[in-house]
Design a protein. Structure first.
Lengths: 518, 376
């Protein structure tokens, strides 16, 4: 066990921040006191007042700097807290891991709705003094990892607090967390003192982060070795490969299923929230699509202060280790550690969404697909209707009104009013007209699809493999032809009207809108 | 303590120095050395008149800025018709198309269709006044094709954007019904089928479909040079064919042609397509086959009636290939016969045709001039 000079220096910088600031403040105070006590009768009083004023001017930014470093504890911690009594299996697992890693156990475990796990300390003085330890555990990890992989992730996080490799390392790392937290939460005050304090602190923080970067990097590798020892080398590598997959899948899930529903004012039931993620993860087509992410972990855009080495480097370093003799084989999903998982996941899901979720309607996945799909078409179709209303100078609220306007000869005027590409804007004459008509044709598509959905000619369907998608009762070629006729040399709205006119539709089987996925 | 006031100017001076130092005005900078010539105030040479300057007009050629880039050769009637339609009068165009033979009609039709692709108000008047005028129907159909290709632009597919492809496909799809109407009104006219070759090119027809279409063309006009040039494009490697298919098509057409039909120019067009982007020192420009093709076209051109619609285009090709083979006197002879118009291969493939043509003709005429001077 050695304490390298670099660690001492980093520690010195961290401690020096407080020592320097407080020392300067004390010196300034001493100067003021001395002035007041030893003022001679000969010197005018106002000069002393000026010097004291100057010391106050210097002191204000210093005090501000100290205030700045006070971590804000008012922000509500994410997720829900689970007690030992509620989740004995999870707690047992974590306590056993702490024991193996050789660190103090956390006082609290919180389940969060993000793809992340971490151990955090409400430390004081930017990490110089240890404090209450708290473990965060993202439910997506429970959904997507096996018990052994979760062990590896948690052992890594706990490993940061182990001082087996370097005595000061935990303090340095805690310091980084503290300094980064301050750096990120730094306010945007405008007063001179605030600006000075901010500039000074940023400079100081960068000095510290630069000095501690190498230590922190070594700490990551050390934490990986710890994880490999506790959970097994192969499980650790598997977990490292799985995390980017989970992250990508969760982003895709939120982006393709939750966000469109949110826009339309609907949400899945809370107990379905993480069940949906699980369904997406285990859909064979999606698994194939995510395979490249697993094989070659993408390198995310890096925070300049991020000390994590690239995943590929970490995997390479781990591959050199021997496999542990007693590899625990815990291949069951990590979610099995949670008692009453459905209800607990539902509670975490409720914290996942921004405020306003309470006003949303809770629906099943098929209804969500219908509402979200319809809403996306209506939103996309709104542009051309607004443009047409402005161009015509009269309200054009829907597709029939737009078709009537086209029949009345407004086609090229409406088309020209649509936003065009630079190329289309430079064009003149017939070329400009045809570019504009192409743009209009594209802009009418969502309106036409919306009308087809409302007429029962098409319907939105839910599928974990394909996302929300349209299913047509008729061939979509008919729509293509009708739209071509709409913007042809002699515009003809009749084919589109005929297509949408359900009264003339030959009786046929109604479109099957049953979901194709799970 | 009151002496502290004395510090104020000192602090002010220090601040001034810091500011000036930071903006660099106090730092020593190396002045750029003054060139010795400039010190002696020599008058700039640029103000002097050049001793000698090449001017095309001194050699009986048309100045660069007066060269017509639209037409391959003079066609006063077409020029007049184009001028008339630009001022809204379609009557000369109607009369001209009706009076032209198939080769001339095709050339004039495409020129009018290009004009209509820019602005078709005169065309709509024409159709309104004479709905069944075959010329009007033809220009209407052909203008859709010209318009479609202008929407696409002439760049390769990878540089062409979605918006352009979509507009191209949409407008090109409007052409076949219009061409069918033209073919119905004038069943013996080959022009609608020539238009369909452009559609085949754009829509990527299969070889079988193209062969069937070609049959329709040759039954109406077996030796139509315009049709052969268009079909050659289809068989090019850059469109739906390959170099061997292109050469096979050109060779078949040239071998069966009568002297004076100018179909022998297909061989040179095919060679040019294959060598596109190569310098003229490429062996392809100097092979025995190329030399034979040049000589065959020279014979063909001499046998050709002077009013042949494609004679200027054939001469332009000869200028290029004779220049490439450094047969300057022969090249000069062709230049003198076609100078003033460059709306033909190879110049028209260049983004700015005069930039390609001007140096070539300069090289030719100066070379011939120098040889003549040495001989005297």
């Amino acid at each position: 066990m050695r304490t390298p000079g670099r660690a001492l220096r980093a520690f010195g910088i961290l401690a020096g921040f407080y020592a320097g600031t407080v020392g300067t403040l004390l010196a300034l105070a001493a100067l003021d006191v001395a002035l007041v006590l030893h003022s001679s009768r000969a010197s005018p009083v106002f000069t002393e007042a000026k010097v004291i004023g100057a010391t106050v001017l210097v002191a204000v930014p210093l005090v501000r700097g100290l205030v700045l470093t006070r971590r804000r504890h008012d922000a509500r911690p994410a997720g829900i807290s689970v007690s030992r009594q509620e989740q004995p299996a999870l707690w047992g697992r974590v306590l056993s891991l702490c024991d193996q890693v050789g660190v103090r156990a956390p006082e609290e475990i919180r389940l969060t709705p993000d793809v992340n796990a971490g151990v955090d300390e409400v430390a004081h003085l930017m990490g110089l003094i240890p404090g209450r330890r708290r473990m965060y555990l993202g439910v997506p990890l429970l959904v997507g990892l096996t018990v052994a992989q979760l062990d590896a992730v948690l052992a890594h996080e706990l490993g940061h607090y182990s001082n087996r490799d370097a005595r000061l390392a935990p303090t340095i790392v805690r310091g980084r967390i503290g300094v980064l937290a301050v750096l990120r939460s730094i306010g945007a005050g405008d007063s001179f003192a605030q600006q000075v304090a901010r500039t000074f602190f940023t400079w100081y923080a960068e000095l510290y982060l630069r000095t501690s970067q190498t230590i922190s990097r070594q700490q990551e590798f050390a934490a990986d070795r710890m994880a490999a020892r506790v959970a097994g080398r192969d499980h650790t590598i598997a977990a490292l490969r799985e995390l980017p997959v989970l992250s990508a899948a969760y982003d895709l899930y939120l982006d393709q299923f939750i966000a469109p529903g949110w826009e339309a004012g609907v949400l899945p039931p809370p107990e379905e929230f993480f069940a949906g993620l699980r369904a997406l993860l285990f859909e064979p087509d999606r698994r194939d699509a995510l395979a490249p992410v697993r094989e070659e972990p993408p390198e995310p855009e890096r925070d300049p202060y991020d000390s994590h080495p690239p995943v590929s480097e970490r995997i390479a370093a781990l591959s050199l280790l021997p496999e542990t003799d007693r590899v625990p084989s815990h291949e069951q999903p990590a979610l099995t550690l949670i008692r009453d998982a459905t209800r607990v996941c539902a509670r975490v899901a409720e914290t996942a969404l921004p405020p306003g979720a309470a006003e949303k309607r809770t629906v099943d996945w098929d209804e969500l697909a219908r509402a979200a799909g319809r809403n996306s078409l209506a939103t996309a179709g709104g542009t051309v209707l607004r443009t047409a209303s402005t161009a015509v100078g009269a309200p054009v609220p829907d597709l029939p009104a737009l078709l009537a306007a086209i029949d009345a000869g407004w086609l090229d005027i409406i088309a020209a009013a649509l936003p065009g590409s630079p190329r289309a804007r430079q064009a003149t004459g017939r070329i400009a007209r045809e570019f504009a008509r192409t743009a209009l044709r594209d802009a009418v598509i969502p309106l036409a699809l919306l009308a087809m959905v409302d007429a029962g000619l098409a319907g939105w369907a839910h599928s974990w493999a394909r996302g929300l998608h349209l299913r047509y009762a008729t061939s979509p070629d008919a729509l293509d032809r009708a739209l071509d006729a709409l913007v042809a040399g002699v515009p003809d709205t009749r084919p589109l009207r005929r297509l949408l006119d359900t009264a003339h539709r030959p009786p046929g089987p109604a479109p099957s809108l049953a979901p194709t996925g799970m | 303590m009151s002496r502290l006031y004395l510090l104020i100017p000192v602090v002010a001076a220090a601040l001034w120095f810091i500011v000036r130092y930071r903006d660099g005005s106090l730092r020593r900078t190396r002045k750029p050395p003054v060139p010795s010539a400039a010190r002696h105030a020599v008058p700039a040479t640029s103000t002097e008149e050049p001793v000698w300057e090449y001017r095309p007009e001194d050699y009986g050629l048309v100045p660069d800025d007066q060269v017509n880039t639209q037409l391959a050769g003079p066609d006063p009637e077409l020029t007049e018709a184009l001028r008339a339609v630009s001022s809204g009068d379609w009557r000369p165009a109607s009369a001209l198309l009706a009076a032209s033979g198939p080769e001339w009609r095709w050339i004039r039709l495409t020129a009018l269709a290009k004009a209509a692709a820019e602005d078709d108000s005169w065309l709509r008047d024409w159709r309104g006044a004479r709905p069944d005028d075959p010329g009007a129907v033809l220009v209407t159909a052909q203008s859709l094709i010209e318009l479609a290709w202008q929407l696409r632009g002439s760049k390769q597919a990878q540089y062409t954007e979605q918006e352009q492809f979509e507009s191209f496909g949409r407008v090109l799809a409007q052409a076949p019904p219009a061409l069918a109407e033209a073919a119905r009104i004038a069943p013996a006219e080959p022009a609608p089928y020539l238009g369909m070759i452009s559609v085949a090119l754009g829509q990527g027809w299969s070889h079988e479909q193209m062969t069937a279409l070609w049959q329709e063309v040759v039954t109406r006009a077996p030796h139509h040079v315009g049709a052969h040039l268009l079909a050659l494009q289809y068989w090019c490697a850059k469109w739906r064919g390959s170099h061997p298919l292109m050469h096979e098509f050109a060779e078949t057409a040239a071998a069966q042609a009568q002297p004076g039909s100018l179909l022998s120019m297909l061989r040179l067009v095919a060679t040019y397509e294959e060598l596109l982007g190569q310098r003229t020192n490429h062996p392809g420009y100097h092979s025995p086959a190329t030399t034979a093709a040049i000589d065959a076209l020279l014979v063909d051109v001499r046998a050709c009636p002077p009013g042949h619609a494609w004679l200027p285009a054939a001469r332009h090709l000869l200028v290029w290939f004779l220049w490439a083979q450094r047969r300057m006197p022969e090249a000069a002879e062709q230049v003198r016969l076609v100078d003033g118009y460059i709306g033909a291969l190879p110049w028209k493939y260049h983004p700015d045709p005069i930039k390609l043509y001007s140096p070539v003709r300069k090289h030719i005429v100066l070379h011939v001039d120098r040889v003549a001077g040495e001989g005297a």
